[in-house]
Design a binder for this molecule. Structure first.
Ligand code: CMC
Length: 489
């Protein structure tokens, strides 16, 4: 088959399938090519061969872990991983951290530009006014066990919250509720954005207080976003209680740094979920679940557990060797996109110094610094371009501020609600409407088989032996309960 003539702009690829000699021309737009172009290529089938395996189908683009697959055109966050650059809507993260606030930056991320002073006033007031939750929510929080992980509580709480707002549910109000882009649709969308950001701190504070055995606190008025959050967690009835302004500001900077990070695992999960046009509360709950894992937002918790297990700077060399042998994981290092330092980590490091002036230094700081130094000059980490990410230092700040270890991912999830909503809004309003996210697989399983009745079945070679069996005697049940979560007998 002859080669096609290249398009006049030359902005294309010519792809030759050596199996068949067929070639196709694929258009390059925005430095990307549509994966669907490759569907036009397929191997020739042998005579009589049916399309039971992948061979005869249109060529698939395989990308386990989305290493080089773009699923959205986005105007929200720009990262240059090689240069260590992070910008929200064009503004460098360093400038925003220095001059802006979390709520102002939230407006920027969601609506695309920095607000005027009157826009900011309305925005802040709407978000803060939507922070109160229904009194019944208290029962919901009290239904969790005292040792429930707060991310399990928060994830459930976002889904629970959605049950109050039938007006925000496309299943009840019509599929195009959020995609019309007309004033009514935008107003419904705005209200859910106010609610989700406003109530994120309230739900998180309730998850915190229920485990402390404290009564819940109504969100106060007249405080900043992080001031209100600290108040809701820490107020114990003192008159005129005010959170420490340095800690309030430090938390605000950390919130701003965590507000968005383009299409990471949790933002992608939110969009994947939202692509079915489900309500935003369910999509945010899904994002929360994805963030919770130790490779993502749970890394700040994992870093501290790692530092505790290392114990002291003297044990760092042995730990590094264990990482290199892949026996241990160095949490807080490495990033899918940054192949140089994570720009947020410098700001977090500076913020840590401010916090330590109030709280005193964390005893794990020396071990963290020794680990950082050792990793940064070790050939293994240099070769793989592994540097500290935002989670390496943030956990030390949260620990110094007295937050329980398992609460750290919550402190990541609350500000990330902003980024998730920015992506959700952008997706709902994208030109051409929403397309459901439905990837393809490469099927490598058995071809068609005939069902064999159980009495005639012989275990196949290589098949699983007997499934693991759990004994259900009274004795085993009592033992299981006694050792629940590693509790000593
Ligand atoms: N310690 C030791 N080796 C590592 C680490 C690490 N933390 N991270 C990556 N590597 C190695 C990895 O084994 C691989 O080596 P090789 O090429 O010899 O097989 C190489 O570096 C490339 O890494 P990768 O696994 O291809 O990287 P990835 O893009 O798939 O994963 C990551 C990125 C963040 C999941 C990973 O670096 C990691 O597990 N880091 C620790 C967890 C962590 O700190 N997560 C927070 C990320 S930042 C906050 C956020 O946005 O969530």
């Amino acid at each position: 088959m002859g080669r096609p003539t290249p398009s006049s702009s030359q902005n294309s690829l010519t792809v030759l399938d050596n199996r068949t000699g067929k070639s196709i021309e694929v258009v390059i737009e925005d430095n990307s090519i549509p994966a669907t172009s490759f569907k036009a290529l397929s191997a020739a089938l042998e005579k009589g061969e049916r399309e039971e395996n992948e061979t005869g189908k249109g060529l698939r683009v395989s990308d386990k872990g989305f290493l080089n697959t773009a699923v959205m055109r986005s105007e929200i966050t720009y990262i240059d991983g090689e240069a260590g650059v992070l910008r929200y809507r064009g503004y460098p993260i360093e400038e925003l951290a220095l001059h802006s606030s979390h709520l102002e930056t939230a407006y920027l991320l969601i609506y695309g530009s920095l607000p005027s002073s009157s826009q900011l006033k309305v925005w802040e007031s709407e978000v803060m006014h939507h922070s109160v939750v229904h009194a019944d929510a208290e029962q919901f929080f009290r239904s969790f066990r005292y040792d429930a992980h707060p991310m399990a509580i928060l994830t459930s709480a976002f889904a629970y919250l959605g049950s109050y707002y039938s007006e925000a549910n496309p299943s009840l109000q019509g599929q195009t509720l959020f995609t019309k882009g007309n004033p009514e649709s935008l107003a419904v969308m705005d209200r859910q954005i106010y609610r989700l950001i406003g109530k994120a701190t309230t739900l998180a504070a309730m998850a915190y207080r229920v485990r402390q055995g404290r009564s819940f606190v109504t969100p106060p008025t007249g405080l900043s976003y992080t001031g209100s959050f600290l108040y809701q967690m820490d107020h114990l009835g003192e008159e005129n209680y005010k959170p420490n302004p340095i800690l309030e500001k430090a938390l605000d900077v950390l919130f701003l740094l965590h507000a968005d990070h383009e299409l990471n695992a949790s933002a992608t999960t939110v969009l994947q979920t939202a692509s079915s046009l489900v309500d935003p509360y369910s999509a945010i709950a899904a994002g929360c679940a994805s963030l919770y894992g130790p490779l993502h937002g749970g890394a700040n918790e994992a870093v501290i557990r790692m530092l505790i297990s290392i114990g002291s700077p003297a044990n760092v060399p042995a730990f590094i060797e264990a990482v290199k042998k892949r026996e241990k994981v160095l949490s807080g290092f490495g990033h899918r996109v940054y192949k140089t330092s994570d720009p947020r980590s410098f700001i977090v490091r500076k913020t840590a110094d401010e916090v330590f002036k109030v709280t005193g230094k964390d005893e794990l700081l020396e071990t963290a610094m020794a680990l950082h130094e050792a990793a940064m000059k070790d050939e293994y980490f240099i070769k793989r371009k592994l540097a500290p990410n935002v989670d390496f230092w943030s956990g030390l700040i949260y620990r110094a501020m007295g937050f329980p270890l398992d609460f750290f991912p919550v402190l990541f999830a609350v500000p990330r609600v902003v980024g998730w909503l920015a992506h959700w809004r952008q997706m709902m309003l994208q030109p051409g409407g929403v397309k459901i996210w439905r990837p393809r697989q490469i099927y490598v399983g058995a071809s068609k088989r005939e069902y064999v009745p159980v009495e005639r079945r012989i275990p196949e070679e290589g098949s699983r032996k007997t499934p693991s069996q759990i004994s259900h005697s009274g004795i085993s049940k009592r033992t299981m309960l006694a050792t629940f979560k590693g509790a000593k007998l």
